[in-house]
Design a protein around this ligand. Structure first.
Ligand SMILES: [Zn+2]
Length: 401
């Protein structure tokens, strides 16, 4: 039997005045999603525990069938996994942003989208400054998004779950002074951040890229720390060989950690201009090549909400419906037994332009799923269906029927 999960990231939303009180899922042209509901069921699940920040890392972990309260250790270890960086059992990964802080205020958490080569150069300055035998290891990533590792030599590490850091994107235009790393190991992170100020202020390439004699990136910002998450392989838990199609690093990281194949699709951008049809076709091809379970993740719906663009959200939903859900459902039906699940990871509200907690609607069709009388795929229809307050339990329902 073949299984497919389609994730329209952040698709769940509120009723919109501009849509006569309908949600984007109600208003969008999504006949194929509705057909899934008509052949099966609609319901709702809550993927993000209230004690955790709402984001794709937590929501997707639930959606993949893993309790984030048990397995989520931080963002950085997932990004390290996406880059193929192995962490030892006592190693830690920390996100290392290049940022621009002016007069104590976070002016840009991306150092004005710093170029890859300048970013890598600044990260190498930090690495080369470390004394021999240092436990720290800097890894250049893309633009402002880099990683710092703590390699434990003796099984100990300065950090623990009480270590506190702050995502720099939450500090934009605000003072940073009271949001420095704190708790166990916080002083060591602060020391590295302080050292970066000295090194970056004296770097000629960095000064040339900046304005008015100021460096472009004037320091690193460390956050999102975590140790290696002890995720069990998906095949061991659910008995299926999985694969994931996504342009987003965090999801590739989770996929890699649970033993899934990572499918690269040319034209998949993680943005509104992504090649929807290529993703749909790649899902079909991956199933034909032997995967039992394929996840297709599309970020565009989430991006539309971050931009507060209702029209872009409707457009992205229609493209996911027409170019992915439609062809994939047709293919599955032509192959015999199957199950198809559609679900966002978390809501992303157009009104607030950010991720939210709360229920998201899901739809399941296929073998052993007895249709209810729901007709449409949206938040309102979902209120009358099955409810999973712990979203990670939905995977068991989907796989076992
Ligand atoms: Zn998301």
């Amino acid at each position: 039997m073949k299984y497919v999960l389609v994730i329209p990231d952040g698709a769940a939303d509120e009723p919109q005045l501009s849509l006569d009180g309908r949600t984007p899922l109600q208003a969008a042209n999504t006949p194929n999603m509705d057909a899934v509901v008509q052949a099966g069921i609609v319901g709702r699940s809550d993927n993000v525990p209230l004690s955790m920040p709402s984001g794709s890392d937590v929501g997707t972990m639930s959606l993949f069938g893993y309790n984030p309260l048990e397995y989520h250790t931080g963002r950085a270890p997932l990004e390290a996994a996406a880059q193929g960086i192995e962490l030892g059992a006592n190693d830690w990964a920390i996100r290392c942003n290049l940022v621009s802080i002016v007069n104590g205020v976070m002016e840009s958490f991306t150092a004005h989208q710093i170029a890859n080569d300048l970013g890598a150069h600044l990260v190498s300055l930090m690495q080369n400054d470390l004394p021999a035998g240092s436990p720290w290891e800097f890894h250049a990533g893309v633009s402002y998004r880099n990683l710092l590792l703590y390699r434990s030599a003796d099984g100990s590490a300065p950090f623990d779950p009480d270590t506190v850091t702050y995502p720099p994107h939450d500090l934009t235009d605000g003072p940073v002074g009271e949001n420095l790393p704190a708790g166990p190991g916080g002083d060591q992170l602060q020391a590295l951040m302080d050292r970066s100020k000295e090194l970056f202020a004296a770097d000629e390439q960095n000064l040339k890229a900046g304005k008015d004699g100021q460096p472009l990136a004037n320091q690193i910002w460390l956050w999102g720390q975590g140790s290696r998450p002890a995720l069990k392989p998906f095949e061991e838990l659910y008995g299926l060989k999985g694969a994931v199609i996504t342009a987003v690093d965090l999801l590739r990281g989770i996929g890699r950690l649970i033993g899934w194949q990572i499918v690269n699709v040319p034209g998949a951008t993680g943005y509104l201009d992504t090649d929807y049809a290529a993703k749909g076709q790649a899902a079909i091809k991956t199933l034909e090549e032997g995967a039992d379970f394929v996840v297709v993740h599309v970020e565009a719906t989430d991006e539309a909400s971050h931009e507060g663009d209702v029209k872009a959200k409707l457009d992205a939903l229609a493209r996911i419906d027409g170019d992915i859900v439609g062809p994939v459902h047709e293919y599955l039906k032509s192959q015999g037994d199957y199950r198809l699940l559609i679900s966002p990871d978390h809501p992303t509200f157009l009104r607030t332009k950010t991720h939210s907690h709360g229920f998201v609607p899901f739809a399941i069709a296929g073998k052993g799923i007895t249709p209810d009388d729901a007709r449409t795929y949206d938040e309102v229809a979902a209120e009358y269906g099955e409810t999973f307050r712990q979203g990670y339990e939905l995977m068991g329902r989907f796989i076992k029927g």
